[in-house]
Design a protein around this ligand. Sequence first.
Ligand code: NDP
Length: 295
Amino acid sequence: DLIPITVIGLGNMGLALAAAYLAEGHHVTVWNRTAGKADRLIGNGAVQAESAAGAVAASKVIVVCLSTYEVVRSTLIPMEAELAGRVIVNLTTGTPEEARHLDRWAKEKGIDYLDGAIMTVPPLIGTQEALILYSGRKELFHTYQSVLKVMGGSTTYLKEDPGAALLYDLAMLTMLYGAWYSYLHAHALLRTANITAAEFLPYASNWLQHLIVPSLTTSEAARILDEGHYVTDVSNLAVNKFALDNIINSSQELGVPADWLLPIQAVAEQMVAIGYGNDGFERVFETMINRPANQ
Ligand code: NDP
């Protein structure tokens, strides 16, 4: 009784998605620009369509995982007639606006559209841990929830706004790159005294676990931003600003680039200058919000 699935795009991620459906026993039709990528899937029972339109015609549910939305648009738009009445599950990464735009296009064409963001890596696809976020039409998500769960056990629906999944994706990724880059900066500083990453490991771990993670992931942390309640009796912005000065000056003395901290230092300085020196660092958030788009 399993419904047939089509997967369009067999990059690293698309291959994992198609493999997850095959492993569950679904009839899987695939299409990829470079046909050779389907070889192993065909060996496991997948059918390779001769054209993207042929792949669409084979199933009610079409999972799309291509490199960019531009590629998604150039692949899907010419097939609007074949897609009408079917369900597109688009797991390609893009901007929230791209998702909203494609959702509007689908509505106009009578195509059911669900947008998703994959918050995991290909080897974890099909496991309980795999987190995939969806947004857009709630009733569509509920209808196909069990089919979507094949790709990720931690499949979650967010909101009606079709851009929400990719907004969460942006939020999570900016946290990732901020953390990764600051980690590398830390180790470049340590390297000036020949301290290895292995030596620093217990301290990095302690710092993350006891200071950084609680400061970002408790309900108290959420409340500070949600209520704009920035008072602190722990560590104020004036002190944090001196810490930033010290990191930047010391890095420069040691020949380690610290330019990524300059905008943070500037905004901390600005907040202290206008009288928020006694607030917590989170006061800086006020400089980022309530702005008109594109400014
Ligand atoms: P890959 O680079 O491995 O695959 C890209 C896919 O896009 C291939 O199927 C490729 O086809 C296709 N493609 C690219 N350009 C065109 C084009 N002009 N016309 C037709 N097809 C085209 O990327 P991934 O599979 O890793 O990523 C796919 C999506 O999944 C991305 O949006 C990515 O951000 C997202 N994602 C990936 C994760 C990962 O860890 N890999 C994690 C979370 C999200 P061809 O084989 O012919 O080149």
